[in-house]
Design a protein. Structure first.
Length: 267
């Protein structure tokens, strides 16, 4: 009787402990970059948020699925929803108004357990006179706050910093020409003080040099991690950090290894 009772007790313990451990292991948010300003955020529950879908040939973005699609402004390297297999609910931070005018759209909505907010900014440093309006997206999920700055063209005001609030992960343009450059991006990072990660975006790569590369932004960064062999960053929801990491991602998913051939199998 004793061995059987012991086995039953151990079985019960494993059945109770294993799901809890599996749940802890699964509590990660995944953030994937697909070039320019296009990201896909995946929650532990499998909900998908896509930022600024684009169809720039050099990046060859895959046909992603989204439960929520966020568009920072109506320029064709940020609003190509047709590249998505499923776009889910689409939120635009800037919409066409009368004539050639555009208008900010104030968004503050919950889609399931995900909260989405927008903040109106400009695409340039002269109140939109050159390139129009832009919006910042603030996404809250699993206790983490992700901020995507779109094509921000200026440093932020105190009021804008306050409106954005706490930041855990920041996606910031660094390529200049059409947005803030690397040096300005450093100042915006200092303004927002992200807790965990800073991810540069919207910069030139080989074959797409309309904008500058990330070098200026990466210079003198003390906690720099170059993960260019992957386009994905896994973020445990309970992650702690003394200082944020600047993470340079690749824009392509790692190539899948070729399946091993069975030497016994004849062609």
């Amino acid at each position: 009787m004793m061995p059987r009772l012991l086995l039953l007790t151990l079985t019960l313990f494993v059945s109770l402990a294993s799901p809890a451990k599996a749940q802890d292991d699964a509590k990660k948010v995944k953030l994937r970059w697909f070039g320019q300003s296009m990201f896909q955020l995946e929650t532990p529950g499998g909900k998908l948020v896509v930022f600024d879908p684009q169809a720039i040939p050099v990046f060859s973005p895959p046909r992603l699925t989204a439960d929520i699609t966020l568009i920072s402004h109506p320029h064709n390297d940020h609003n190509q929803v047709e590249v998505l297999k499923d776009k889910g609910r689409v939120f635009e931070g800037v919409k066409a108004g009368k004539g050639t005018k555009t208008e900010w759209v104030a968004v503050d909505e919950k889609v399931g357990a995900i909260r989405v907010r927008s903040l109106g900014t400009f695409h340039d440093a002269v109140n939109g006179m050159q390139r129009g309006k832009n919006s910042v997206w603030v996404v809250e999920t699993e206790g983490l706050t992700f901020v995507h700055l779109g094509d921000l063209g200026h440093e932020l005001s105190d009021a804008q910093v306050k409106a954005i609030g706490k930041v855990d992960v920041l996606m910031v343009p660094v390529g200049g020409i059409y947005t803030i450059n690397g040096d300005q991006a450093k100042k915006v990072v200092e303004q927002l003080k992200p807790r965990l990660f800073v991810i540069p975006m919207h910069f030139g790569v080989p074959g797409f040099d309309d904008i500058l590369g990330p070098t200026e932004f990466l210079e003198e960064q003390k906690n720099l991690k170059k993960l260019t062999e992957t386009n994905e960053l896994e973020i445990p929801v309970d992650l702690k950090a003394e200082t944020p990491s600047v993470v340079l991602l690749g824009w392509k998913a790692p190539a899948k290894p070729e399946p091993k051939k069975d030497p016994e199998k004849k062609p």
